[in-house]
Design a protein around this ligand. Sequence first.
Ligand code: ZN
Length: 223
Amino acid sequence: MIANGNTLHLAACHDDECAGVEAPVAGAERVVDQARIARAVREILFAVGEDPDRDGLLDTPKRVAKAYTEMFRGLSQDASTHLARTFEQRSDELITVTNINFFSVCEHHLLPFHGQAHVAYVPKHGRVVGLSKLARTVEVFAQRPQLQERLTDQIADALVEHLDAAAVVVMVEGEHMCMKMRGVRSHDANMTTFARRGRYRDDEQSGMQAVQLVRDLAHRDRR
Ligand code: ZN
């Protein structure tokens, strides 16, 4: 995952850091009420028949509160801050960025899903954005209660809205723990979603060619 130094409230959970629940943490625009999360997690432990006061679980509500604060920090972030930093490039040729790793949380089950996002866009007026900014954009949308379909749409929409891209294809491949750990326990089930914008949506043929290119590049990079 991409480090996000400025807005990261809490680093990975080390035991000594989890000693106490902090007061609500002020994010950029939003406050996470960690004490409230901790109370709710304690309730869940009761509800599933556990003893939240046994040794191993004593600090679990606080740890979960800190983990959620980090996992959902995208809620207080705006993709425009990353996509505003564009630079000029003379040509308006296709740009592709494949295999951007992401971690997200399915909003139906609050279980993780993760995978790779792949992006292809044609800049307008030579406005392009750096690789790390694109990865941050994916992260902003991934780090919130999410659906893979919406994640895919939001990345594509952000490129149109903030970069004024002439054509966009986004492909997201995700593995969903809610499908692998529960229900039908479909261990091999992976989900692929697409979003096309601009010329790639209006022109079916070039849109499908771009989709095929992104798919080929993504799978080539993985070999
Ligand atoms: Zn789910």
